[in-house]
Design a protein around this ligand. Sequence first.
Ligand SMILES: Cc1cc2nc3c(=O)[nH]c(=O)nc-3n(C[C@H](O)[C@H](O)[C@H](O)COP(=O)(O)OP(=O)(O)OC[C@H]3O[C@@H](n4cnc5c(N)ncnc54)[C@H](O)[C@@H]3O)c2cc1C
Length: 114
Amino acid sequence: MARTMRDRLFGKYAMEGTVTVAEQVTSAMRRIRLETSQPVAFPYTPGQPVRIQLKDPLSVLGLLRPADTLRTYTIWDLDPARTAIELRIHLYDGDGIGLTWARAARPRNRVTFW
Ligand SMILES: Cc1cc2nc3c(=O)[nH]c(=O)nc-3n(C[C@H](O)[C@H](O)[C@H](O)COP(=O)(O)OP(=O)(O)OC[C@H]3O[C@@H](n4cnc5c(N)ncnc54)[C@H](O)[C@@H]3O)c2cc1C
């Protein structure tokens, strides 16, 4: 498969996932499950983070404000088939792009991550 400009610049392991679960675990923690059609290719060790792309880094907005394109989350669990990643996101009292995404995430949303 041809590598895109994004892959060359931002991560050779970039891939798409679909939100399949987005629910409150507690009032201050949200569970988000991302499922992929192919196994994630990156090496994994427990505690490892993953970058969630919230805006296209090659868009005008992304180029103007690169700090607003990504947020990093620790992989809570990677399933044995490597086709589902669980995240746990702390919903503290803020309105940054990571929190906004976590609150709004719903099943069937598509997400790019690496
Ligand atoms: C390696 C790594 C792993 C991470 N793993 C997780 C994770 O598994 N789950 C998770 O919820 N977050 C995790 N984070 C934090 C996450 O990347 C975001 O910073 C967070 O979700 C807030 O994003 P934001 O865009 O809303 O605010 P930001 O713009 O990132 O931050 C806005 C302000 O809020 C502060 N802040 C950020 N996170 C918190 C917090 N949890 N409690 C109180 N203040 C905070 C920041 O210091 C900053 O002052 C991780 C960060 C890193 C660097």
